[in-house]
Design a protein. Structure first.
Lengths: 262, 306
């Protein structure tokens, strides 16, 4: 990484913060997923403590010791450590997609990429810098979202139950393995499609498909088909990291000066 | 005079369409070189190949003696490039944008700052504090020149820089290009021929993928130009009477006629003048106007491309 690439990364990061439309999307989705959704769940559990019929399928999959303990706490723990991590994966996918689409196809669309292409950096160096800026932004949004979610939910849990219920080790796997892996996959899909895509929306549609498996996982949990635990997260993380690595290595073959100038 | 840019046997096709066909071109150092051609003639394609952004099918390009290779933009430190409609990051201010360009080009911060001040002054944007998003097209074009000149290139390639501008904007750009003439060689691609006549030392006309004519403006006019004699009569019948004369008939193969005007042209204007005067004397016809028209670049260009 040289100073020329660092300049590009700084420029890309600033480009997102300077664009109100993208910034609103980048902030609002994490707020909904990490503040609004868990808050609604916690309030529902607090104000309707005896109605757990919606969680029946999941509760049956919980270990016996947890089920026997305080039901309110068990449900909140289920929410915080089993459901939220899956919801959370949408955040890096979304952040990486917005950033990468803006950085690659957005510059192509606005014709600002042309100036970068004839600078003394190679195409690979330019693209590496852009991949890195998208990855940094995605990770930054993920970590900030997690921090805000933890603060808000802990305050709410303390106010409703009188004690704290800290996130378990699953979150470490999400933040250190799953989030970076899905970010890279989303970025790579956009890089691979950037030669053909002419608009940002067009390129974002590709990575939006990544959200589908996440929705299946959430639905699977509610239907009692699967309960996301640390081993599933670890396995999923390792698989996604492998896919990200393979996709990343092949992505540079898809781009050329000619295709980017089209 | 040393050549800053040398192109030999360059070819490029898009699908089955041959855009550039065995093109030879050389641009001497210190000149403003007018690169003329119709829309779609291949001017931009040639420039993009010179920048290493398009792959040539054949031939070679050297800039300041260094061979240009597709996909290797290292040579571009010799070249500044101004696209027809330069686009910028609208949220930046001019100095910020030039600072970014300086960093990407590998210039030191102090060097970039000094050079930016100097260039913004050259293009008349010093002291402009507003964001680029609020710039007029002419201001953007001038900022584009400043950006292209930032790393002190030996060659500045301008791709139709005046095409989208009003007369004031055009004049500003042409004045700037004239100012930098001593320090930077300029390739000025355009189809606005009056701009070329105003500032270019040398000209090349690209047609059918190759250079149809090239040289200094005076060389081209001498070698390829035909002088023209305009005669204006007061009545149309006088034009018919004039044309009916036996002595005039051999000169009528290349005439332009509109209303009461007739323009005769040929390589030997003195001979044409003698014939016309003798015919006028014999017939008693008296034109209301008779003048020699200098051959313009536009006439030459039209002759080449039509």
């Amino acid at each position: 990484m040289n100073t020329m690439q660092s300049a590009l990364i700084k420029k890309d990061l600033r480009g997102i913060t300077a664009n109100k439309q993208l910034l609103v999307a980048m902030i609002s989705v994490p707020i909904v997923l990490t503040v609004v959704v868990p808050s609604i769940f916690i309030m529902l559990i607090h104000f309707m403590p005896n109605d757990f019929s919606d969680f029946d399928a999941m509760l049956r999959m919980l270990p016996i010791d947890i089920q026997l303990d305080n039901m309110n706490t068990a449900i909140i723990s289920l929410l915080l450590n089993n459901i939220m991590p899956v919801f959370f994966i949408i955040i890096p996918i979304m952040a990486a997609s917005i950033m990468a689409a803006s950085s690659f196809v957005g510059e192509k669309e606005k014709r600002t990429l042309e100036t970068l292409l004839y600078c003394p950096l190679s195409l690979k160096q330019i693209f590496r810098a852009k991949i890195l800026s998208s990855f940094i932004m995605s990770e930054l949004v993920s970590i900030l979202s997690f921090t805000i979610m933890t603060l808000v939910t802990q305050i709410e849990i303390f106010l409703t139950t009188g004690s704290l219920l800290l996130p378990n080790i699953s979150w470490l796997v999400v933040l250190l393995l799953l989030s970076p892996a899905v970010s890279l996959i989303a970025i790579t899909l956009i890089v691979r499609g950037s030669a053909r895509a002419q608009t940002m929306e067009e390129s974002q549609q590709r990575s939006a498909l990544l959200v589908l498996p996440v929705i299946f996982l959430v639905a699977g949990q509610f239907m009692g088909i699967i309960l996301i635990n640390i081993w599933i997260l670890l396995g999923l993380g390792a698989l996604l990291a492998l896919i990200a690595w393979i996709l990343m290595n092949g992505s540079f073959q898809k781009i050329s000066y000619e295709s980017m100038l089209r | 005079m040393k050549d800053v840019l040398s192109i030999k046997g360059l070819s490029k096709s898009f699908g089955t369409q041959k855009v550039i066909d065995n093109l030879d071109l050389s641009v001497p150092e210190g000149t403003i070189f007018g690169f003329i051609g119709q829309n779609g003639a291949g001017k931009t394609t040639t420039m993009k190949m010179t920048l290493g952004l398009l792959e040539a099918d054949g031939g070679e390009i050297t800039v300041c003696g260094e061979a240009v290779r597709y996909g290797q933009t290292k040579n571009n430190h010799h070249i500044g490039y101004l696209p027809d409609v330069p686009e910028f990051y609208n949220y930046m201010k001019p100095l910020e944008y030039l600072a970014l360009c300086g960093e990407i080009a590998g210039l030191s911060k102090s060097n970039t700052k000094d050079r930016s001040d100097e260039l913004l002054s050259l293009v008349g944007l010093n002291g402009v504090k507003k964001r680029i998003g609020g710039f007029s097209r002419g201001m953007k074009q001038r900022l584009g020149i400043a950006q292209a000149l930032l790393s002190r290139p030996k060659l500045l390639i301008c791709d139709e820089p005046t095409s989208a501008l009003d007369p004031v904007g055009r004049k500003e750009i042409l004045d700037i290009l004239q100012k930098i003439k001593g320090t930077t060689t300029v390739i000025f691609s355009t189809h606005i021929l009056s701009d070329v006549e105003r500032i270019c030392d040398r000209v090349a006309v690209l047609h059918n993928g190759n250079i149809a004519i090239s040289g200094t403006l005076s060389e081209i006019k001498t070698m390829h130009g035909k002088e023209r004699l305009l005669l204006e009569f007061s009545q149309k019948s006088e034009v018919s009477q004039f044309k009916a004369c036996e002595k005039i008939k051999p000169l009528l193969s290349q005439t332009e006629e509109s209303g009461t005007e007739i323009i005769l042209q040929g390589k030997d204007i003195v001979h044409i003048q003698r014939v016309v005067i003798s015919v006028l004397a014999e017939t008693g016809l008296c034109p209301s106007k008779m003048e020699i028209m200098e051959s313009s670049l536009e006439n030459l260009f039209l002759e080449v491309v039509m």
